[in-house]
Structure formats: structure tokens, C-alpha cells
Design a protein around this ligand. Structure first.
Ligand SMILES: C[C@](O)(CO)[C@H](O)COP(=O)(O)OP(=O)(O)OC[C@H]1O[C@@H](n2ccc(N)nc2=O)[C@H](O)[C@@H]1O
Ligand SMILES: Nc1ncnc2c1ncn2[C@@H]1O[C@H](COP(=O)(O)OP(=O)(O)OP(=O)(O)O)[C@@H](O)[C@H]1O
Length: 299
């Protein structure tokens, strides 16, 4: 019998192990090179099919009106694709979000929610889209959605849509939320942003010392200096964590992380984090948990 609900669906966060800005497209979007790493900490989503055809969010998310929620927009895009294929709309979906990831944290929360929603609805509605087809639907909604649909550690280029799998690390991270929300556009439009980092190859990344897998010893985050200048708590968190290990900002900020080989080392640092910041430890993930849950094995 076909499923009518999927509860407890994970929408994990990502870390950008490095993030180079190598240029700018004529439309203003920036060309990036980055390694995206999934981590075992994220939002949790419940999906229930409805008796009508409406896509609704059943709980409030502060600062995100229902109509702007990337989950709702992603589900509507897939619903329209279903109609193109079948000539009628599929049943509606009610979605409940347990939001754990901070907004404007550089952890890709909104994009991950949307990717999980696309995977869940593709399954519930039995649309049968493959990952590349889901990526084509998701990319216009957010630059990080392709990565989450890809679902494994990836070397990313373009605006984040050209993805190659790279070996995933097995390590622990301490992540600090500096308590500010960083608007991505403000970082990319800053006049002092450097946009000319020399492009590297995936072999340059793979050629680094394997001991440092998953760490921040390779490259840099070109968005970090701008974010740290505009948002002093980001600078403060980088400085504090940097005294306990190599520390870096993820995405366009605000969150800051450091990698450790064992849970004990991560715990040692975590318990010293000043109480004014939210901080947590988490493990690297090699595969998106929705892929295991739904047995998606095509990649
Ligand atoms: C920097 C990253 O966090 C890396 O993971 C992401 O690429 C940002 O992705 P995101 O938050 O989903 O960002 P989007 O909502 O797609 O873009 C927000 C704004 O940031 C700027 N932007 C974003 C991505 C990019 N490659 N170049 C840009 O210039 C654009 O002005 C855009 O209007
Ligand atoms: N389900 C959602 N969860 C979070 N934010 C959402 C959602 N839907 C839409 N948004 C919008 O997306 C914006 C960015 O949120 P998000 O959590 O993805 O930031 P981020 O972690 O900085 O992302 P990135 O790493 O991609 O820059 C929010 O400020 C919000 O306006």
C-alpha cells in the first residue's frame, strides 16, 4: 500500500570546509569553489498527505512566512511537475518543521529543508524523478539545494551546482552559533570582498594530507573577513575557537567550526565554550540520511 505520511525526516546541515570566490557572473552571482560536508545535526520534518490539493505548513517559523518558506515553494514546484506528467495535481501535503538550525547561519538550513521535502514528496507522490531531475527543480530556489539532493561530500563549482563526490572524512566538529543572522547578499555585495582566488582542481584538494581530512587546513573561506568585519560576534567566535584548533566560518556565516578526530576532543572544547554562545558537537556524515531512509542508491 502507498505511504500516506513520512515523519521524522532529517534535513542535515552542511559545513563549507573551504570556500573560494573565483569570479563573478554577468548576472552578479559569484563563481565559487568549495567542499561541502554534511553533518549529523539539522532540522526534522514531518510530511502528511492531505485530502485536498493544498500545500500547507502547520507550524510557525519565526521570520519565515509560509508563502516564502523554501519547503512550501519546493513542494509546489514538484506538484506542478507532477501535473505536467499526469495531467492532474497530486494530494496536498501538510508539513511540520522542527527548526534546530539558525537562520543566516551558513549551515544551509533552508536549502536542506527544501531538499528533504523534495525527496520525501517524490517518494510519497511516487513521481519517480531521479536526483538530476530533482536538482533541476531545486536549483532556482537556492544555490545549496543541489548539494543536499546530491547527498554526499562534494567538491562544488559554479554557483554550487557543478558537483563531484570526494571521499568523506570521519571526524567530529564543534560548531559555534555567534548569535547573529548574516544575510548572504550583504556579504556578496561588499566592496572589499576578494573575488579573484586562483581556481584549483579537485586533485589539489585530494592531494592534501589525509590526516587533515574534514579539517579546515586546506584553502580558506573568502567570505570570512567580510562577515567578521560586518558582524563582530563572528570575529570573536573565530578568535575564541581558533585558540582550541584551526577554526573557520561556514558559508556566508555566521557559524564557526573546528574539526577533531575524536568525540572526546570535541567534547573537551565544547565544554569550555563561553555561555553567551550556543554551541554543539556533531559527527561528519558520509551520506544524506534521507537516501538511506528511502533507499535511494542511484549516485
Ligand atoms: C555561500 C553559500 O552559503 C555556500 O554554501 C551559498 O552559496 C549561499 O546560498 P543561499 O544562502 O541559498 O543563497 P541564495 O539565496 O541562493 O542567494 C542569496 C544572495 O547571495 C548572492 N549570491 C549567492 C550565491 C552565489 N554563488 N553568489 C551570489 O552572489 C546573491 O546576491 C543572492 O541573491
Ligand atoms: N524552511 C526555511 N528555513 C530557514 N530559512 C528559510 C526557510 N525557507 C526560507 N528561508 C529563508 O532563507 C533565509 C536563509 O536561511 P538559511 O537557514 O538557509 O541560511 P543559511 O544557513 O545562511 O544558508 P546558506 O548557508 O545557504 O547561506 C532565511 O533568512 C529565510 O528568510
Amino acid at each position: 500500500m502507498a505511504l500516506t505520511a513520512l515523519h521524522g525526516c532529517p534535513a542535515p546541515a552542511k559545513l563549507n570546509l573551504f570556500l573560494h570566490v573565483t569570479g563573478r557572473r554577468p548576472d552578479g552571482y559569484h563563481l565559487l569553489q568549495s567542499v561541502f560536508q554534511l553533518i549529523d545535526h539539522g532540522d526534522i520534518l514531518d510530511f502528511d498527505l492531505r485530502d485536498d490539493e493544498r500545500i500547507v505548513r502547520v507550524n510557525d517559523v519565526p521570520g519565515v512566512p509560509e508563502e516564502q518558506d523554501l519547503i512550501v515553494r519546493a513542494l509546489r514546484a514538484l506538484q506542478a511537475e507532477y501535473r505536467r506528467r499526469h495531467g492532474k495535481l497530486p494530494p496536498g501535503i501538510a508539513v511540520r518543521i522542527e527548526k534546530r538550525l539558525p537562520m543566516g547561519g551558513g549551515l544551509g538550513g533552508g536549502s536542506s529543508d527544501a531538499a528533504t521535502a523534495l525527496m520525501a514528496a517524490n517518494h510519497l507522490w511516487q513521481v519517480g524523478l531521479n536526483t538530476d531531475e530533482l536538482i533541476a527543480l531545486g536549483l532556482p530556489l537556492g544555490a545549496d539545494i543541489p548539494f543536499f539532493l546530491f547527498g554526499e561530500t562534494a567538491f562544488a563549482e559554479g554557483v554550487g551546482e557543478a558537483l563531484q563526490a570526494v571521499p568523506g572524512p570521519d571526524c567530529w566538529y564543534v560548531v559555534i552559533e555567534p548569535g547573529v543572522s548574516v544575510p548572504t547578499a550583504a556579504i556578496f555585495t561588499a566592496p572589499d570582498l576578494t573575488r579573484n582566488t586562483k581556481p584549483i582542481t579537485v586533485a589539489d584538494f585530494l592531494g592534501r594530507n589525509t590526516e587533515s581530512q574534514g579539517s579546515v587546513e586546506f584553502g580558506k573561506n573568502d567570505l570570512q573577513d567580510v562577515a567578521a568585519r560586518l558582524f563582530p560576534p563572528v570575529a570573536e567566535a573565530i578568535e575564541w575557537l581558533g585558540n582550541h584548533g584551526a577554526a573557520r566560518m561556514t558559508g556566508s556565516g555566521a557559524c564557526v567550526f573546528s574539526a577533531f578526530s575524536t568525540e572526546q576532543e570535541a567534547e573537551q572544547v565544547l565544554k569550555q565554550v563561553p555561555a553567551k554562545w550556543i554551541a554543539w558537537k556533531t559527527r561528519s556524515l558520509t551520506k544524506h540520511p534521507m537516501k538511506s531512509l528511502l533507499q535511494i542508491n542511484e549516485l
